[in-house]
Ligand binder design. Structure first.
Ligand SMILES: Cc1cc2nc3c(=O)[nH]c(=O)nc-3n(C[C@H](O)[C@H](O)[C@H](O)COP(=O)(O)O)c2cc1C
Length: 58
């Protein structure tokens, strides 16, 4: 039983779309991509949010 589970796990593919988006554009693309390929979605959120002032300087 245990070896059957291990074999199954080895062949199961798990997908994750991890993204960082400041303006929301990349978030939308990531959502579409995750849905299209059946992946989980994970947003990378900075501990300290970037302010609009910081983003303008980049
Ligand atoms: C402050 C800041 C830091 C970023 N750092 C990285 C980075 O280290 N590596 C990377 O590949 N992209 C980095 N990016 C790009 C983002 O991952 C993403 O591609 C970009 O913010 C997309 O634009 P959006 O905010 O309009 O969705 C950074 C973007 C910002 C605003």
């Amino acid at each position: 039983m245990e070896s059957h589970c291990m074999t199954r796990c080895m062949y199961m593919s798990r997908k994750l779309v991890a993204y960082f988006s400041a303006s929301g554009h990349t978030a939308k693309v990531a959502e579409h991509l995750a849905e299209a390929i059946g992946a989980d979605l994970f947003e990378i959120i900075p501990k300290v949010r970037y302010t609009n002032e910081c983003l303008i300087l980049l």
